[in-house]
Write a protein that binds this ligand. Structure first.
Ligand code: ZN
Length: 463
C-alpha cells in the first residue's frame, strides 16, 4: 500500500504538540450552565412549519424541553436566559463535504498543510454556525487528531466526522491529492480494519479506480457496516456506476441533467444525494466573476471576521492564476478533457436537486470548502442554502437537507440535526426567519455547541 504524504503528516503532528496545548488554555464559551431560549421561533430541521413563541430549555448539553412560551415546568436557578424575540433557532448546520486536513486557501497551499490555516478554517465553520462537518478526504492521522482534540475540548471547532484519507489509484493521472491505494484483497481488508479501529464508518472513493474495483472495496466495507461515498467526476449520479460500485452516495452532482426515472431509482434503492452547488459555482467561475468587480467577499463578516482580509486579498490577487489552475491551464484539474462544460454543471445540478427532492430522494448538503479557492469554510454553507432555494427547494426543505438529512447520512440522526427534546444542543440562533428569507441564516446572534454558548468574539482573527 502506498501513501504519498506520510513524512508531511509526521512533521505536522509535531507542530500540533506545541499549538494544541496553547489553545487548550483559551476559553471559547460564554456560558456552560443551563440555558433558556425564551419566546423564540423554532425551525426544527425536520421540515415542519416554524413554531413561534416557544421556550427551549437546554441542560447538560442537551435540549431538555421545547414548550409554548411561559409553560416550562421548571427553570434551573443557575440558567442564563436569552430573549428570543425576533430570533429563530434552528439546528446547527452540518456541512457534509469539507476538507480541513489537507488544504490551504490558495492553489500553492494545497499541499503545504498550514496548521494555522486549518485552525482558522475550523473556527470559521463554528463562527458561521456549522457545528458538525464530514471531512471527505484528507490526511487520516491529522483528521483523527483534530477530531479527538475537539471532542476533548482541547481545540475549538465543529465536531468532525471523517472518512480518513481518500481511497483511489495512485497510478491514475487523475490523482490530485493524497490517496491510499490498496492493491490486493488483503490490503483492502487491512485498510478497512485500520479505519474501523479509529472509529471511521464512511469511506471515500475517488476517480481513477474503476466501478468494479470500487465494488470489491465496498463489498468488504459493507461487511463492517460502513457506507461509501465516491467522487467519480462527470459520471457522478450515474445509475450504472451506483449499481456496479455498491456505493451509497456521490460526493457531488454530475455533468448532466438526470432523468426522473434515475431519481426514482435512487429513492427506491435508498441512495443519498449531495450536489455541492457552491463548489460548482466556484469552479465554473460564476460566483467569482459576479463578485470580482465589487469585491464583496471583503465585506462579508462570515469570511473576514474569522479568516481575515489578507486571505481574501490574496485570493483576488491570484485571480488570474486561479482561473488558469481551475479551467484553462495545461495542468488544469478541471479542463475540457474531464469536464466538457464547467459553466453548465451548476445549472444542470440545480435542475437535478429539484428533481431529486421532488422524487423523494434523501438529499443532503455539502460545500467542498475549502478545496475550490473562493469556497469559504462556514460562509459556503449559507451560500449553499441560498443556491438550493434558488434552484426551487423550499427554504424549510433546504434547512432540512443541511441539518437532519446530513445527520441521517452520517448515521447520527438520533443524536443531532433537529431541535427536539433529547437531542444534543447544537444550535444556530439568527435574527429574522430563514423560512421566509433563507439569507437570514447569515444574521447569526448565537451559536450553541453541546449545550455551551460559544463566545463568537473569541473566534475572530486578531491581527
Ligand atoms: Zn471534496
Amino acid at each position: 500500500m502506498k501513501n504519498r504524504f506520510i513524512v508531511n503528516a509526521l512533521v505536522l503532528l509535531l507542530a500540533f504538540c506545541t499549538t494544541g496545548s496553547a489553545l487548550a488554555q483559551n476559553n471559547f464559551w460564554l456560558h456552560e450552565g443551563p440555558l433558556v431560549l425564551s419566546n423564540i421561533t423554532v425551525i426544527d430541521g425536520l421540515g415542519h412549519e416554524p413554531a413561534p413563541m416557544r421556550d427551549v430549555l437546554i441542560r447538560d448539553g442537551r435540549i431538555a424541553r421545547v414548550a409554548i412560551t411561559g409553560t416550562l415546568p421548571e427553570i434551573p436557578a443557575d440558567s442564563r436566559t436569552i430573549d428570543g424575540a425576533g430570533l429563530t433557532v434552528l439546528p446547527g448546520l452540518i456541512d457534509a463535504h469539507v476538507h480541513i486536513a489537507n488544504v490551504g486557501f490558495k492553489p500553492d497551499e494545497f499541499e503545504r498543510r498550514d496548521i494555522a490555516g486549518m485552525d482558522r478554517a475550523l473556527r470559521a465553520h463554528l463562527y458561521a454556525g456549522v457545528t458538525r462537518v464530514l471531512e471527505l478526504g484528507g490526511d487520516m492521522d491529522l483528521s483523527i487528531t483534530l477530531r479527538n482534540e475537539i471532542d476533548a475540548g482541547q481545540r475549538v471547532g465543529p465536531t468532525i466526522h471523517t472518512v480518513g484519507d481518500t481511497i483511489g489509484n495512485l497510478n491514475s493521472t487523475t490523482s490530485v491529492f493524497e490517496l491510499t491505494s490498496p492493491e490486493t484483497q488483503l490490503e483492502i481488508q487491512t485498510l478497512l480494519d485500520e479505519r474501523e479501529a479509529v472509529g471511521i464508518d464512511i469511506i471515500k472513493l475517488y476517480a481513477g479506480i474503476t466501478p468494479w474495483e470500487a465494488r470489491h472495496i465496498m463489498t468488504e466495507a459493507k461487511k463492517r457496516g460502513m457506507r461509501g461515498i465516491a467522487d467519480f467526476w462527470c459520471t457522478n449520479l450515474s445509475r450504472t456506476v451506483f449499481e456496479v460500485s455498491l456505493i451509497d452516495s456521490y460526493a457531488h452532482g454530475g455533468c448532466r441533467e438526470i432523468t426522473r426515472e434515475e431519481a426514482q431509482w435512487m429513492r427506491v434503492n435508498g441512495k443519498f444525494a449531495m450536489l455541492t452547488l457552491s463548489a460548482f459555482e466556484t469552479m465554473g467561475g460564476q460566483r467569482a466573476f459576479a463578485d470580482y468587480p465589487q469585491r464583496g467577499f471583503l465585506k462579508d463578516p462570515l469570511i473576514v471576521d474569522v479568516l481575515g482580509k489578507q486571505i481574501v486579498e490574496d485570493y483576488y490577487d491570484a485571480f488570474s492564476m486561479l482561473r488558469e489552475t481551475f479551467e484553462e491551464g495545461e495542468n488544469s484539474l478541471y479542463n475540457a478533457q474531464h469536464f466538457p462544460n464547467l459553466q453548465q454543471i451548476l445549472p444542470d445540478n440545480m435542475h437535478n436537486v429539484k428533481l431529486l427532492h421532488e422524487e423523494g430522494v434523501i438529499v443532503g448538503m455539502g460545500t467542498d470548502a475549502a478545496f475550490p479557492p473562493g469556497t469559504w469554510p462556514g460562509e459556503a454553507m449559507h451560500h449553499e442554502l441560498e443556491l438550493h432555494v434558488q434552484a426551487g427547494i423550499p427554504p424549510l426543505e433546504a434547512i432540512r437537507m443541511a441539518t437532519h438529512n446530513n445527520a441521517w447520512f452520517i448515521g447520527i440522526q438520533d443524536e443531532v440535526g433537529s431541535v427536539e427534546a433529547g437531542k444534543t444542543a447544537d444550535l444556530l440562533i439568527v435574527k429574522g426567519n430563514p423560512a421566509r428569507n433563507i439569507s437570514d441564516s447569515r444574521n447569526i446572534e448565537y451559536v450553541i455547541k453541546g449545550g455551551r454558548l460559544i463566545d463568537r468574539e473569541s473566534l475572530k482573527l486578531r491581527n
